[in-house]
Design a protein around this ligand. Structure first.
Ligand SMILES: N[C@@H](CCC(=O)N[C@@H](CS)C(=O)NCC(=O)O)C(=O)O
Length: 232
């Protein structure tokens, strides 16, 4: 089995779709957590970060930046990009929509309250949910883009899983999304990952604080002493 290293904060964030894709393509990986500004400075000094940003995926002798590049690299090497150009087009189209949909879940922990976060997620779901349902129905295979599972299904399911942690009933009247979610989370590699210590918990205040501390930036304004990590 190939081994990979994924460097990011101590949490899910923008590295999580890559973790799901590593799991879905049976790549063994290690999480390297950057927990202090000094560790980030040292990492940047190595020159390993092409744009000075995390996450960083090290695999097959490559150092990848940009989570969208990571999931597509893993999709190609793991045959999760469909079977032809039309499938690949649908993969990109649905994965793009899934990224827009996921963004609201990514921001949820940074909101002033769970109520505000859930309201934003509910609005986003009412926009995207019917379109994802229609797309799966039109495809006819139970998947989004092809006759078999692709990376679009994996990243969409990752987003749905985050939504479910905040709004547990969202799939009760969305049968195609529910079936897709069940199928992808039952995939052996994904299921093993979700049950493993590699899977970080649902992000909360601790994660928001950890990110601000490493990046030395302000906390969301509703948090006490919001500028406590701002340098200078
Ligand atoms: N589009 C990039 C976004 C990467 C990104 O914004 N990373 C943040 C942490 S989540 C970062 O490294 N920020 C520090 C910086 O931009 O200098 C991706 O998806 O990988």
């Amino acid at each position: 089995m190939t081994a990979a290293t994924l460097t990011y904060f101590h949490g899910r964030g923008r590295a999580e779709t890559t973790r799901w894709m590593l799991a879905a393509t049976d790549v063994d990986f290690t999480n390297v957590a950057i927990e202090t500004p000094q560790e980030l400075t040292a990492l940047r000094a190595t020159g390993k970060l092409p744009f000075d940003q995390m996450p960083l995926l090290e695999i097959d002798g490559h150092r990848l930046s940009q989570s969208s590049a990571m999931i597509r690299y893993l999709a190609r090497r793991g045959n999760l990009y469909g079977n032809n150009d039309t499938d690949a087009m649908w993969c990109d189209l649905v994965a793009g929509a899934a990224a827009d949909f996921a963004e609201v879940a990514l921001q949820a922990a940074f909101k002033p309250s769970a109520t505000v976060a859930i309201e934003a997620m509910t609005t986003c779901l009412s926009k995207f949910g019917p379109r994802f349902e229609a797309r799966i129905e039109q495809q006819g295979s139970g998947f989004c883009a092809a006759d078999n599972m692709t990376f679009a299904d994996v990243v969409l399911t990752e987003a749905l899983s985050s939504y479910l942690e905040w709004c547990p009933d969202i799939l009760s009247d969305r049968p195609h999304l529910k079936k897709l979610h069940d199928t992808v989370t039952s995939h052996k590699g994904v299921a093993n990952y979700l049950a493993s210590p590699l899977r970080y918990p649902k992000p909360g205040d601790e994660y928001v604080i950890a990110v601000a501390q490493v990046l030395q930036r302000a906390l969301p304004p509703h948090m006490p002493d919001a500028d406590r990590f701002v340098a200078g």
